[in-house]
Design a protein around this ligand. Structure first.
Ligand SMILES: *[C@@H]1O[C@H](CO)[C@@H](O)[C@H](O)[C@H]1NC(C)=O
Length: 489
């Protein structure tokens, strides 16, 4: 094996950089070496790294440790590392769209054109077991009738029924299984009689999905030689009809999508002992939300204290429906509600008839300190007061940077205390809603300034007294100064 000598040279070079010694990990230099590696090894994991990258240094010893057992795995798994900053490797990093470090890609069957991403663990044992699973067949052959009942008990079990392993249908199924093996369990039988008792008799070829929720068994009706169609069917049919806020695999992907989307949400809060829980969930599942473009999530109050707190809902207020339009900082809540009220709630929302719910603390009785306290209900009166230049800090009681800022902010308040046109204010944004969508609080503390004409500017300068005072003086619009600027015109 001639190429190894080149690898050893590269390995020695990487030692000089202080990178882990490559004994079992193959160090690659340049596209030619890489192609040769793929040609000789049917399962290769390539790590693209940069010598200065901290996460890469942390991964290196684990990767090295995993390489030994994986080399001996059946089939063998080869771990390779590629220094993406090396001139010779730049074409490889570019070809595979490497954006950050480390990036790990899996190459199967010598195919250099379509690697998949490695999304597994980063410590040795985890790497080994993840890749062992990846390197085995994506779909397990069930060889007797007795194998079937246990298999269909998985959260989502996808079962193919085929006459033999030579058919295009089986090959397509295997390819789909390979691509989606992280998400579902795949199995197949070559004898359809194995299914007796678990499903209606199914003629080969066919693909069935068994779920632990919703419709227990579904049959794929599309073309069995169309991998993309099978994948599409898998991802759409495995979605639960009602997404719930919990850790179950069935909800995870859906929640991720929902929470990262700007579409308003319809949330149903109920306790698991609520007498009409089933009806409540059914109402959420069936309500037409397409006109209103709402994404629906059910939230069981017992395990989701944070969600309750975020919306300012107490368990005694539930069951409750919430529509949350985060683009407009708008929440609409139907407290102590009934399943039958949901369609009306949604249609009132569509018609713009609902009143915004503003979570608020009680405003303080005395509020004449240097920093004025703002609550959900007093926000407009204080922060948007006509003719006032107002700096508002949105803070969280637990936030360290906010605590550091507090005495400095107090001094800024004292500096402007006698000035009738400047207000320094603060709001606990965990206990109060900001009722105006123009103020988006994405982190703590958030500082925003509203001048007397109502123009809003974020404050992103240094959090020092001088920085704040200077900014306020430079951006305040006063009756006198605007008069002065008019004269200048
Ligand atoms: C109040 O502050 C503004 C902005 O810094 C300034 O223009 C104005 O002169 C001050 N007024 C008084 C009375 O100090």
């Amino acid at each position: 094996m001639v190429r190894h000598s080149a690898f050893y040279l590269a390995a020695a070079a990487s030692l000089c950089l202080g990178f882990a010694a490559a004994e079992d990990v193959v160090v690659v230099s340049g596209p030619k070496e890489f192609d040769a590696l793929l040609k000789d090894n049917s399962f290769v994991v390539a790590e693209f790294f940069a010598p200065w990258c901290g996460h890469c240094k942390k991964l290196a010893p684990e990767y090295e440790k995993a390489a030994g057992p994986l080399k001996k795995n059946n089939p063998p798994v080869t771990l390779a590392s590629i220094d993406a900053t090396e001139e010779a490797n730049k074409p490889l990093a570019e070809k595979y769209g490497v954006q950050g470090f480390p990036t790990l890609k899996i190459f199967k069957g010598g195919d250099a054109s379509a690697p998949t991403d490695y999304n597994g663990p980063r410590e040795a044992d985890g790497i080994v077991s993840y890749l062992q699973k990846q390197s085995g067949p994506a779909s397990v052959e069930l060889t007797s009738k007795a194998d079937v009942p246990a298999f269909v008990q998985k959260e989502v079990a996808v079962l193919g029924v085929f006459a033999d392993a030579k058919s295009t249908e089986f090959k397509t199924f295997s390819a789909a299984a390979d691509a989606a093996r992280d998400e579902y369990d795949f199995g197949h039988v070559f004898d359809s009689s194995f299914l007796d008792g678990e499903a209606e008799p199914q003629a080969a070829p066919s693909i069935l999905m068994f779920k632990q929720y919703d419709a227990p068994m579904l049959k794929y009706q599309g073309k069995l030689t169309d991998k993309a169609a099978i994948m599409e069917w898998l991802s759409s049919k495995s979605l639960p009809s009602l997404v719930e806020l919990d850790q179950k695999p069935r909800n995870r992907a859906a929640l991720q999508k929902i929470f990262s989307s700007p579409t308003p949400k319809l949330l149903g809060f109920a306790g698991k002992d609520d007498s009409n829980l089933a009806e409540f969930k059914k109402a959420l599942t069936d309500v037409p939300t397409t006109g209103a473009a709402l994404q629906v999530v059910f939230i069981e109050t017992g395990g989701n204290a944070q969600a309750l707190q975020y919306f300012g809902i107490e368990a005694k207020d539930t069951p409750a429906f919430v529509i949350h339009d985060q683009n407009n900082n708008a929440k609409y809540i139907s407290f102590n509600t009934k399943p039958s009220k949901l369609p009306g709630f949604v249609s009132d929302y569509e018609a713009g008839k609902l009143e915004k719910h503003v979570k608020t603390e009680a405003p303080p009785k005395k509020n004449n300190g240097p920093v004025k306290v703002v609550t959900g209900t007093t926000f407009e009166d204080i922060v948007l007061a006509k003719g006032q230049n107002t700096m508002i800090e949105f803070y969280a009681p637990w936030c360290g940077h906010c605590k550091t800022l507090a005495p400095i902010y107090e001094e800024v308040g004292e500096f402007f205390q006698k000035n009738k046109t400047v207000t320094i204010a603060k709001m606990d944004a965990t206990a109060n809603d900001v009722p105006d969508g123009r103020f988006q609080v994405k982190g703590f503390p958030t500082l925003m300034f509203v001048d007397s004409k109502g123009e809003i500017k974020p404050y992103e300068g240094e959090r020092t007294k001088d920085g704040l005072v200077e900014f306020i003086e430079a951006n305040s619009v006063g009756a006198s100064s605007s008069a002065a600027s008019k004269e200048e015109l």
